[in-house]
Design a protein around this ligand. Structure first.
Ligand code: 5RP
Length: 222
């Protein structure tokens, strides 16, 4: 029986093949992405990329530890963005933000030509919402945002001790019934004080690589 970590490793290695020489890549945040960085560091393609745009300070540090050149989003077009997810459905809509990096991840996903999401099969769901939805909030607006999220049917829980790379706080919203991810993403993002929510539905993944015992499956939006 393959462990979850072995599946993450398998999909991380497969993702290296998504990189084209002579391009800028975006790199997400989390344990799957960390394994991707390790696979990239061992691949000859590392010497052929212009640079890697990190979605968090943690990812930047990890890339630097392997001497992979860091770039920023003003350095050019990002050809491919590679990142994990907490949940994914068959439309390649995602829940992200378990690692609190959702805002920078969403910016990089939005401006990248292609977003390849890498998951193990435990993340693949018929309906999103079992994983509490992370919402990044401006600290002074936290209680207001929490009340609005309750009106949307959720149970927001303040993520104790978590300060994002942008100096903000996270509310993890439990028990949301996410039947219309795009509509809910828009509603939550429109609440005053919300920086962004962890629904990646308006700009979902273009391609999901999902590892299971049989290998790495490719899922494209239906
Ligand atoms: C970080 C994220 C991660 O992609 C998500 O939490 C999945 O993490 P992991 O690969 O550790 O399971 O969105 O903000």
């Amino acid at each position: 029986m393959t462990t979850q970590n072995e599946l993450k490793q398998k999909v991380a290695i497969a993702a290296v093949a998504e990189i084209e020489p002579g391009t800028l890549i975006g790199v997400g945040t989390g344990s799957t992405t960390n394994l991707f960085i390790e696979a990239l560091a061992q691949s000859p393609i590392r010497h052929e990329i212009i640079g890697a745009v990190p979605s968090s300070l943690a990812t930047e540090a990890k890339l630097k530890s392997f001497n992979i050149p860091i770039a920023d989003i003003n350095d050019g077009i990002i050809r491919v963005y590679i990142d994990g997810a907490d949940e994914c459905n068959h439309h390649c809509e995602l829940v992200k933000g378990g690692g609190a990096a959702l805002t920078r991840e969403k910016i990089i996903a939005a401006i990248s030509e292609k977003f390849v999401c890498i998951i193990d099969e435990s993340k693949y769901k018929l309906q999103l919402g079992a994983f509490p939805l992370p919402v990044e909030v401006i600290p002074m607006a936290r209680s207001h945002v929490a009340r609005q999220l309750v009106l949307l049917g959720g149970d927001p829980v303040y993520r104790e001790g978590c300060v994002t790379d942008n100096g903000n706080h996270i509310l993890d919203v439990h028990h949301l019934n996410i039947t219309q991810p795009i509509a809910l993403e828009e509603k939550i993002n429109n609440i005053v004080g919300v920086v962004t929510c962890g629904l990646f539905a308006k700009r979902g993944a273009d391609k999901v690589l999902m590892a299971n015992n049989a290998g790495v499956q490719v899922i494209t939006p239906r």
